[in-house]
Design a protein. Sequence first.
Length: 327
Amino acid sequence: MTIMMDEIREEPRSLSQTISHNKDKAKVIAEILRDSSMVYVTGSGTSYYASVFLSTLLLKSGVPTFPIQASDLNGAVFSDRFSSPVNIIFSQSGENIDALSSMNFSKSKNIRTIGITNNPESTLARNSHVSIVTMAGNELSVAATKSHTVQLAISILIYDAMNSHLLDKVISNASSLVERVILNDSIVKNLGNKLKDHVVFLGAGLYYPLAMEGALKFKETSGSYAEAYSTREYLHGPIHTLDDQTSVILLRTNENNDNSVIKKISEIGGKAITIGPYDSDITVPQTDSIILALEYLSVIQMLANYRAQFKGEDTDHPRFLSKVVRE
Ligand code: AGP
């Protein structure tokens, strides 16, 4: 057993606590965003993928949004022509040096900062104009798991607050859906053991940041070479690298988007391993397409965990990595 797997198993509790504690805060953030002419969303690594996830939801809500790696928010991309700009900064630790540089740059340019962190005592929480604290609890494994799940949950709460609380009911159910996914991990373990050395993740739209997170999780825990594409982008060149040492994992979006890609992969001798609510190698409970992202995330994390264990890697303490990048 790994600490990483223990922390994945804590996700249902982290989710229900984060959701119940932050509904009112999400309404405050939604009000701020409604008045903003430009919203930057920044983060590093896994927290950057949370930024892309939230940006996709904000764009869907009619908010002009730009996701960008925290280390890249600087004079090279900034324009002072935006009135009342906002920077939403995701950082699990609240101490990663790049997230703090994003916060400091913003403050020097009069950009309002909203820090989303799992550490209420952190520099980010204490110095952002507004802060949201996620409730994942202490996370020890270097690979972020439950702390990322709650970043997505906060994103969904903000989206819900901006869209007349249409998802209220399904959000309350999210924790038990994720619990069902985690309890049903024998198929995931079995598949994780059979994967090839090179892994490609495909996911479209809201699931593209999950595909990127899948590839990162594989790289940092099992040391496998992994990459991610927005599903149909795979056809625009990268599919040429598909060989018998490559496993392709596809997060189902909708049939039109996915089927031509699955067909093309099979025509050239490969097989897409599918994760989805229907007709998939790993089937998860059917729910709203936004909540489905939380289920997909747990599957991806478990796949990475089991793959790393199967390869005999030190899953919780990967070489050259530390929990917080401070320099
Ligand atoms: C994810 O598993 C990694 N630990 C890493 O990408 C991490 O998310 C990144 O370094 C950002 O850290 P932060 O969220 O503490 O700012």
